[in-house]
Design a protein around this ligand. Structure first.
Ligand SMILES: Cc1ncc(COP(=O)(O)O)c(C=O)c1O
Length: 375
């Protein structure tokens, strides 16, 4: 049996939506993007969304919108994709890592205050695999030290914790519509916020700092536009928005199927001493973006190859960032500095998780994972 690591869920209706845009006059940022932004904000219970080309762009622009730049420090986690920390560097600031909780892999909020200095300007928590960080605690610390909170919610569109959803306690939340994400346009991203001022600034920053986008220039009598600040070229286009709009309609149905699959995995691995799994905490709804098991670090890499040989697509999300060559060489990080993140990074394996996966395929994955652990 061959089980892909990921299969997307783009439907004929999604494709028809994109074709409609392609048959129309306007391909770049216009009404379809605005409609997606409205509907995404509504879904999240937030006031504003700004569509961009990736979550990396979303993180970069959010940091800029909150005035973070050279000389500033941003507290984040080493247990994430490199995009999170790289975006801090794009803004000219320094990422400062704080170790994670062993039960969830999320940033340990109890360690954040110790890492804060007079240069700290923001906290950038990542809702790992779809489970939210302790946003109440993080907000409290941020308020005490006058810091912005920018959430990396790339994994967490459908998540909530203590009744709070991404972006509701943070100042802005950044989302990814990358090829393997819960809804996708191949590439794409968004920032959602309750601040009108920040949303307006983000709209300029995503398009060279221009005072008018192409749609404004087209729909009204010609008037000169101005460049008000240095921006980037990160605007979402109408084709991406058209692909995303329909997927948003049945996002909860697809979440339910991933939830079922995760429960099958949990039943199989939770009580088996060869494996460790993260827990979904009480009062928490995980968006169920990725499912991982942790195995003995000495066996991990061999298991990845054995699983691939038996036709199962796997990944590693993530090896701890501070141990990657660039970060070690640039900042002098060493093994031992963030031990929990290192342990997760050395022992984690991500298993296939997507709505198209059948129960039979899930059972096959479980069987092969258990076989190769004891072989
Ligand atoms: C936690 C996290 N943050 C940010 C990103 C970057 O997303 P994008 O590929 O849309 O830039 C990813 C991508 O996988 C991610 O996993």
């Amino acid at each position: 049996m061959k089980i892909e690591f990921y299969k997307h869920n783009i439907s004929q209706a999604d494709i028809a939506n994109a074709v409609e845009v392609m048959n129309s006059l306007f391909l770049t940022t216009g009404e379809t993007v605005e409609e997606f932004e409205r509907r995404f904000s509504q879904y999240l219970g937030l006031k504003y969304t700004v569509g961009v080309t990736s979550c990396t762009a979303a993180l970069h622009l959010s940091l800029l919108a909150y005035g973070i730049g050279p000389g500033d420090e941003v507290i984040t986690t080493p247990m994430t994709f490199i995009a999170t920390a790289n975006a801090v560097l794009y803004a000219g600031a320094k990422p400062v890592f704080v170790d994670v909780e062993p039960e969830t892999g999320n940033i340990n909020a109890d360690l954040i205050e110790d890492a804060a200095t007079s240069r700290t300007k923001a906290i950038l928590p990542v809702h790992l695999y779809g489970q939210m960080c302790d946003m109440k605690k993080i907000r409290e610390i941020a308020d005490k030290h006058h810091l912005a909170v920018i959430e990396d919610a790339a994994h967490a569109i459908e998540a909530s914790r203590d009744g709070i959803r991404p972006g509701q306690l943070g100042d802005a939340a950044c989302f990814s519509f990358y090829a393997t994400k819960n809804i996708t346009s191949g590439e794409g991203g968004a920032i959602s916020t309750n601040s009108e001022e920040i949303a307006e600034r983000l709209k300029k920053l995503r398009l060279h700092g221009m005072s008018k986008g192409a749609a404004d220039r087209y729909s009204k009598r010609y008037e000169h536009w101005d460049m008000e600040m240095l921006g980037w070229k990160y605007n979402m286009d109408n084709i991406q928005a058209a692909l995303l709009l329909n997927q948003l309609e049945n996002i909860e149905q697809r979440w339910q199927r991933r939830e079922q699959i995760c429960r099958l995995y949990e039943e199989a691995f939770m009580d088996d001493s060869q494996f460790a799994c993260f827990k979904v905490l009480p009062n928490s709804k995980s968006a169920r973006h990725l499912f991982t098991v942790q195995v003995h670090p000495e066996r991990r890499d061999k298991m990845l190859w054995q699983l691939e040989e038996r036709g199962i697509g796997v990944a590693v999300n993530f090896r701890a960032i501070h141990l990657l060559t660039f970060y070690k060489q640039t900042f002098g990080y060493e093994r031992g500095m963030y031990p929990i993140a290192e342990k997760i990074g050395d022992s984690t394996i991500t298993l296939p998780l997507y709505p198209k996966l059948s129960n039979e395929e899930v059972q096959y994955v479980i069987k092969v994972v258990k076989d190769v652990t004891t072989s």
